[in-house]
Design a protein. Structure first.
Length: 220
């Protein structure tokens, strides 16, 4: 980020593309956002991603035909903002929250930073317009489960951030996911509980959810 000269940055993979009016659309969104009295509490604006065949990733909830939704990254489930989105972040925010690095690791979920930003109260303005086109390869990193095993320190870091960001039942999903991969990594119950600093009952609920996931996976 230290080499970026502009005020906003759009993270686009090298093999993806933008729709023809993406930049003009983003400029319009930013202009609208600047008029808000709490502009400083926004970290980004975001549109939708779609596959090149036109299928929208995750979709957008029709909340009284909302023009946009203002919500933190950690509130996406609440507003049904699922799937990958096309976020355009303020450069100053990404400079304030740099991605951590872990020795010899090749993968780190973006939630390592996105959820840290949300924890500090920053919002994103989500729009229901497609501005980004992409493809997901069958052998791509997105579907590679080994990325968590091979980059386990980073995965542990992201899980701890998630447990700080979410509350109540929303903690169960990251706990379950961590148990699933930690067991594959060879961690025992005590090590997992100690690493995540969670109550024993959280761990046992996660174990039950792992069993359910494995059964469903076999039935597919």
């Amino acid at each position: 980020m230290r080499h970026v000269l502009g005020e906003w940055v759009f993270l686009v993979d090298s093999d993806d593309e933008l729709v023809s009016d993406a930049i003009e659309t983003i400029q319009k969104w930013v202009s609208e956002l600047r008029k808000e009295s709490d502009f400083e509490k926004f970290a980004a604006v975001s549109g939708l991603k779609a596959l090149r065949n036109g299928k929208i990733l995750g979709g957008f909830p029709n909340i009284k035909k909302a023009k946009f939704i203002d919500a933190k990254n950690t509130e996406r489930k609440k507003y049904r903002l699922g799937g990958d989105k096309a976020e355009v972040y303020k450069v100053q925010i990404l400079r304030k929250y740099p991605f951590p690095t872990f020795h010899n690791e090749k993968f780190l979920s973006e939630d390592a930073v996105w959820n840290k930003i949300a924890i500090d109260g920053y919002k994103i303005r989500w729009y229901p317009k497609v501005i980004y086109l992409c493809d997901y390869l069958g052998n791509g990193l997105t579907k590679d489960e080994n990325k968590y095993i091979n980059s386990f320190d980073g995965f542990t870091y992201v899980t701890k951030i998630s447990l700080e960001a979410f509350h109540g039942i929303y903690k169960i999903r990251p706990i379950t996911k961590y148990i699933y991969y930690a067991k594959m990594k060879g961690y025992n119950s005590s090590e997992i509980i100690s690493t995540l600093n969670i109550p024993c009952w959280n761990y046992f609920v996660g174990v039950v959810m792992c069993w359910a996931y494995k059964i469903i996976k076999k039935l597919r």
